[in-house]
Design a binder for this molecule. Structure first.
Ligand SMILES: *Cc1c(COP(=O)(O)O)cnc(C)c1O
Length: 516
């Protein structure tokens, strides 16, 4: 509630410190997802100060605040230089990977609409092809109208390992996802399956460099060439890898070509708030040509107020994240990133080697970056280790390993994002993983209440009231009244037993309950 009288700043900051006491630590390397620590406090301090300096600048209007145009051009240029572009490469600074992806999909969709409409004009209105004729209406600027109804929606060809941000973009933009399987051993998308999935409604083909779940790089060269031969744009999702892979390569890792140098790649996303080590709210989307970038833009003069020209989804937004990202790049420099790349590579190699030596555990695929998925060996003597129980054990020792549910034939596993700060603690991490694995083996799998997944799958979640949902949650040990749940193994096991659509419905209920 709003206090009657204003409170002093010391008191406010003390309250924030108190609130944050229950959070995972953002520094130190014991949290192996969400946060990216350089291990160099002076770098983060530079970012904080530049962030604060730019905090009140509004990116809504580039003519009012030219400082942010200058900063954005510098940041986009730095990313373009690293990813095979040059001074002329068009880009957009966005608020994160999801926003970069949203804009890449929007640009591709609008390009498809315009070119399909143009083709239909050229063919004349008497053409008997209903797809072309109907798309004319869509191309004329009425999104999601009858022209793109059922069976005619534009399509996104997407590996099953691609980030959910693409599903979100498709959902928001009226695009249909055509999922493509990955190889069960390498976890890279299947080229023939992509070829079979491309049709005349395909607006964009996506590859990841690397994909988040197993840290492997899709066959970018082959897929981009294939897409180009079919006249379809190709987006490389290098959100996590764009500012990592080049440094790993320079440090000696084998990294196949994945960026704008690859013929057929039309856009690429690169998050600076991941391996750029910038504060959150920083990503860059690059395009192979300026016409495609214009398709990502939005302008409106359809009201009696100020004219709106937006490069991003948000309109009014702070230039703080831009200032923070710029300062991080400038204060680390080439040398700083290369050094972080070296320690990241060394720590990743050590982690993979160490995990492979722990009885009952294995690494999925052959990670080509620094993202490592740790799964149970299904044939281990005495039965497979429950990785969710392992994660809870590790959490008790102060380490957070990120659970990943089974999906599309890929087993449940734990995700570790190795960063520059991991190396100094990698032996300690391996010790904790080994000890937790042994404890999980002794404890056995999480006890899922009999029939609970079936019950959840059969109830109409929409019809439950919050009290009933809370009871259901309590039955698996989750109190929804504040304080993060510590014992997640049962929850993860229940979710893991459910099909994806039901998992999604449960998660929405869960989120709504935490915020009630
Ligand atoms: C993190 C990530 C994203 C989405 O990024 P946000 O910044 O969380 O919106 C997209 N793709 C990949 C591969 C990622 O790792």
């Amino acid at each position: 509630m709003l206090p009657e009288y204003g409170r002093p700043v010391q008191e406010l900051l003390a309250e924030l410190t108190e609130l944050k006491a229950g959070d995972l630590p953002v520094r130190g390397g014991k949290v192996t997802a969400y946060v990216y620590d350089t291990g160099r406090p002076e770098i983060h301090d530079a970012a904080h100060r530049a962030y604060a300096e730019m905090l009140e600048v509004n990116m809504l209007d580039p003519t009012a605040f030219p400082s942010m145009v200058a900063l954005e051009k510098q940041v986009v240029r730095a990313v373009a230089d690293l990813l095979g572009g040059d001074a002329a490469t068009p880009g957009i600074f966005t608020g994160g990977g999801t926003e970069s992806i949203m804009l890449a999909v929007k640009a591709a969709r609008d390009h498809w609409r315009a070119t399909t409409a143009a083709k239909s004009m050229a063919a004349g209105s008497t053409v008997a092809d209903s797809t072309v004729a109907d798309s004319t209406a869509a191309g004329s600027g009425a999104p999601g109208d009858a022209g793109e109804g059922a069976g005619r929606a534009p399509q996104l060809v997407l590996p099953v390992t691609a980030h959910p941000a693409f599903h979100k973009a498709a959902h928001y933009l009226g695009v249909e996802v055509v999922p493509v399987p990955v190889d069960p051993v390498t976890f890279r998308v299947s080229v023939p399956a992509v070829e079979a999935a491309i049709g005349d409604r395909t607006i964009l083909v996506v590859v990841s460099a690397p994909s988040y779940p197993q840290g492997v790089i899709d066959p970018v060269e082959e897929i981009a060439a294939l897409a180009a031969s079919r006249g379809v744009p190709c987006h490389v999702d290098a959100c996590v890898g764009g500012w990592l892979l080049p440094w790993l390569r320079e440090a000696g890792a084998e990294i196949p070509p994945f960026d704008l140098r690859v013929p057929g790649v039309t856009s690429i996303s690169c998050d600076l708030h991941k391996f750029g080590y910038a504060p959150k709210g920083a990503s860059v989307l690059l395009f192979a040509d300026a016409a495609l970038r214009r398709r990502a833009y939005f302008a409106s003069a359809a009201w009696p107020g100020y004219t709106v020209i937006n490069a991003t989804v948000q309109s009014s937004r702070s230039a703080g994240p831009l200032g923070g990202a710029w300062a991080t790049l400038q204060s680390l420099g080439r040398d700083g990133y290369l050094e972080l790349g070296r320690t990241t590579l060394e720590a990743t190699r050590r982690l993979i080697e160490g995990v492979s030596a722990i009885p009952g555990l294995r690494v999925l695929g052959r990670p080509e970056s620094s993202l490592v998925a740790i799964a149970a060996d299904p044939d281990a003597p005495g039965g497979a280790i429950d990785v969710f129980v392992l994660a809870d054990e590790a959490r008790r020792h102060g380490w957070f390993l990120q659970p990943q549910l089974s999906y599309a034939g890929i087993p449940a596993n734990l995700h570790v994002t190795v960063t520059g700060v991991t190396l100094h603690g990698v032996e300690a991490m391996l010790e904790v993983i080994a000890r937790s694995a042994e404890a999980a083996r002794l404890a056995g799998p999480a006890a899922v209440p009999d029939g609970l997944p079936e019950l959840i799958a059969s109830v109409d979640l929409e019809a439950l009231d919050d009290a009933t949902f809370s009871e259901l949650a309590a039955s698996v040990g989750i109190g929804l009244d504040g304080g993060g749940p510590q014992e997640m193994a049962v929850v993860n096991a229940v979710l893991d037993a459910l099909p994806a659509e039901i998992r999604e419905a449960v998660l929405v209920r869960f989120l709504s309950a935490i915020y009630s």
